[in-house]
Design a protein around this ligand. Sequence first.
Ligand code: NAD
Length: 475
Amino acid sequence: MKNFIEGAWADPHSGRFDAVINPCTGEVIDTFACSDSEDVEQALTSAARAYRSWRRLPVADRARLQHKAAARMREQAAELAGLLARELGRPMAGCLTELSRSADLLDFYAEEGLRLKGEIPLHNLDGEKALIVREPVGVVVAITPFNYPITLLTMKLGAALIAGCTVVSKPSEDTPLSTLKLAELFADAGYPAGVFNVITGYGAAIGNALIEHPVTAKIAFTGGTGTGQRIGALAAAHNKHLTLELGGQSPAIVCADADISVAIPAIVRHAFANSGQFCYRVNRLYVHESIYAAFLEQLVSRTQTLTVGHPDSGADMGPLVNQKIYANSERQVQDALDKGATLLTGGRRLTGDVYDQGWFFPPTVLADTNHLMKIMTEETFGPVIGVMPFNTVEEAIDLANDSVYGLAGYVFSANLGTGLRVAESLEAGSVWINNIHRSYHDVPFGGYKQSGVGREKGRYGIEAYTELKTIYLNY
Ligand code: NAD
């Protein structure tokens, strides 16, 4: 597929395209444009031109368009989800959920945008008022990873568009197709040319040009911590607004009095969703020593009920997206085993029959782990969890916080006081007590420490696309 710029398909300046691979079969599904700085110039110029009139459109009109785009996403969910399943390998049910959650998020932002307000302080000065107004920041560059291409884009797009910004999106080179289709859908829904552009290519090739360009007012990035650090440094050098949603290595603490019948299904669901390619997945578990053995037995038997296969097979999990992401799981398992962990299930690449052409790794549980092992300290981004026992809650909190990451945390205890005390102590942007589900649209999401800067979703997510201006009015 070509780039989508100024409301139309555009050939890349280089004339070069690269393959999009189906991670289940290794087959080429389609191609994406290998853009260069000329294409960046074209996309940003288009967004800057569109911004002049888009920012002036009444918010109610922008909200109506956003609801229309959300409705179109629901109408075309099967087609978009099919594309997502082919480029990502995730089961169809999960792809359909991503589409519906993203449409809901667009609807939420549209309504929340209608509630944006300024202020007039009560100075009570004769003949003068100070007006505090919000204005859109301008042209936004949205850079997204492969794992939830549509949701992670709509977290930025829905907030930026309703605030009056225009957008140049740069999707992952692994999963660019669904994003390109989304841009076409928005144009069909009636969005003016240039308001939402998509440019594809390798981050290293066009990242700097997108960030440094004078037209770019804000960079909204989701992806790995290393990439985010590079983007953050460059954005700072050019004084750009910035939101960073980065990696995670999220801990779950299971206390002695936890309701295991709730904790185990929640943890298994959340650790292995999207084959573990999920930023706030449960990566490591601390289980009270008095229930450790019984907990492990149930955890393993629940994990072993999960099936792995192609998107349309009804399986719970698909493959990992590419060899690099796959290799990390294999490396972390080997590292843990070398350092004395116990492999309880999974641990080896699936082969034979439908598996041979894809990067299929089974859900894997490693017990008796410690913090010298990568599985307890580095992001896995694969279907592997490490488990270790603890003695006191204070010890568990220290272990949970012994990480450069701080995206999410989880705690299970029948004593709500204990649950809340742990939640308050965890260095994380979101903490779940006594169950785990997806993050809500009306609350902020983001990371402490190396997991990010700023917040998305909720009204906080929209405010991040606005500037405050003070107007002194004398009359
Ligand atoms: P990645 O960092 O490799 O790539 C993300 C995006 O950045 C891609 O579009 C890529 O092309 C682009 N990119 C790469 N180098 C760049 C550069 N120098 N300049 C500009 N752009 C560049 O991440 P990935 O492997 O696609 O995704 C996995 C990572 O994303 C994990 O670390 C995961 O935790 C993180 N993630 C975080 C969240 C969150 O909300 N915190 C959500 C999902 C994924």
